[in-house]
Design a protein around this ligand. Structure first.
Ligand SMILES: NC(=O)C1=CN([C@@H]2O[C@H](COP(=O)(O)OP(=O)(O)OC[C@H]3O[C@@H](n4cnc5c(N)ncnc54)[C@H](OP(=O)(O)O)[C@@H]3O)[C@@H](O)[C@H]2O)C=CC1
Ligand SMILES: O=C/C=C/c1ccc(O)c(O)c1
Ligand SMILES: [Zn+2]
Ligand SMILES: [Zn+2]
Length: 359
């Protein structure tokens, strides 16, 4: 049921205007509700490091004004005539992808995040030719295919990080055959993605070692996240002692870094799963892979199905994100703190509880 009420078609978001990445209020128009569309009143939205990469144009592809945010939890306020999955009042989630071609091999095999025609939830162009805008906004209009249900027992603010950080580790663990108990895993970089990695890997039944750039998070990692081990990457003796011990390392570092110290931690057939978005070439010498049949692989968020699975898995295992909830007026400080590695472990913006009009 598309509404013709023009007032319902305007959302207030917080947008970056240039590569400085500073967000401020920005009114933008939502498309009229198509038959398969769901109107989502945004309640909460997590802040992923990708939001910094995009707002600050680290990849050279940013378009402005840009409303970031892709860990969105909201309430359905209206549905199109052919929407079958949701009704008004449902608590739902939206992640990084809001469109795909539905015909290619990735789309046909529920890997739509790898569709070459995928549409990003912001910093992209929708099928109507208009820019997409993300979840740091009062509302979004999203095709029901890209909307997931938040389990009833899960707090909406803690669910938000599962929609990117959570599925980003759940998907590769499953796809690379690493979702079996008993494996030894490493999580490199204990931030938003990394802390979900520790908790999800522990819930699968892995022995999990955090590999961090400092000793600052050791106590929290062991006590709050129940990690089994903690390595400081600059501690050469500890890194040498751990050589050949791990089945995989999930690398979440968002900046250029050497790969070889982490390849050395892998045992036979070990996998280095690179998650960080890094726009400079990364290098290694080939024997580092050959002598141990090791591999380096990437993975990009997860499919809608995998997002649903992640939510159900986390609900069943009692896994919740560890978050600091902030109002939108604090979003620029939060982005700065995230950039200087000062958050445990994810900021989540209380969008519905914020005054979005005032900078
Ligand atoms: N592949 C995908 O689909 C996805 C990719 N990403 C990308 O993953 C990366 C991580 O995202 P997110 O977890 O949100 O980021 P965070 O900033 O929350 O976490 C990154 C962690 O890496 C470590 N770190 C940060 N800077 C450096 C540095 N310069 N050198 C070494 N270590 C550093 C810190 O951990 P510590 O203190 O332990 O060293 C930090 O907490 C980003 O590049 C993001 O864009 C995010 C989601 C999905
Ligand atoms: O937060 C998830 C985004 C991941 C991502 C992966 C690759 C890329 O080029 C990006 O801009 C983002
Ligand atoms: Zn993300
Ligand atoms: Zn496709």
């Amino acid at each position: 049921m598309g509404s013709e009420d023009a007032s319902e078609r305007t959302a207030v978001g917080w947008a970056a205007r240039d590569a400085g990445g500073h967000l401020s209020p920005y009114s933008h128009t939502l498309r009229n509700t198509g038959p398969e569309d769901v109107v989502v009143k945004v309640l909460y939205c997590g802040i992923c490091h990708t939001d910094i990469h995009q707002a600050k144009n680290h990849l050279g592809m940013s378009r402005y004004p840009m409303v970031p945010g892709h860990e969105v939890v909201g309430e359905v306020s209206e549905v199109g005539a052919e929407v079958t999955k949701f009704t008004a009042g449902d608590i739902v989630g939206v992640g990084l992808i809001v469109g795909c071609c539905r015909q290619c091999h990735p789309c046909a095999s529920s890997n739509e995040q790898y569709c070459s025609k995928k549409i990003w939830s912001y910093n992209d162009v929708y099928t109507d030719g208009k820019p997409t805008q993300g979840g740091f906004s009062s509302a979004m209009v999203v095709d029901q295919k890209f909307v997931v249900r938040i389990p009833a027992g899960m707090s909406p603010e803690q669910a938000a990080p599962l929609l990117c950080a959570g599925v980003t580790v759940y998907s590769p663990l499953k796809r690379f055959g690493l979702a079996t108990p008993g494996l030894h895993g490493g999580i490199l970089g204990l931030g938003g993605v990394g802390h979900m990695g520790v908790m999800i890997a522990k819930a699968i039944g892995h022995h999990v070692t955090v590999i961090s750039s400092s000793d600052k998070k050791r106590g929290e990692a062991m006590d709050h996240l129940a990690a089994d081990g903690y390595l400081v990457s600059s501690d050469a003796a500890a890194m040498a002692a751990a050589a050949g011990m791990l089945d995989y390392v999930i690398d979440t570092v968002p900046a250029h870094h050497a790969l070889e110290p982490y390849l050395k931690l892998l045992r036979l057939d070990g996998k280095l799963l690179v998650m960080g978005v890094i726009n400079q070439p990364m290098s290694f010498v080939s024997p580092m892979l050959m002598l141990g049949r090791k591999s380096i692989a990437g993975s990009f968020v997860g499919s809608v199905e995998e997002a649903e699975e992640t939510l159900k898995f986390c609900e069943a295992k009692g896994v919740t994100s560890q978050i600091e909830v902030v109002k939108m007026g604090y979003v620029n400080e939060a982005l700065q703190r995230l950039e200087r590695n000062d958050v445990r472990y994810r900021f989540v913006v209380d969008v519905a509880g914020s005054n979005l009009d005032a900078a």
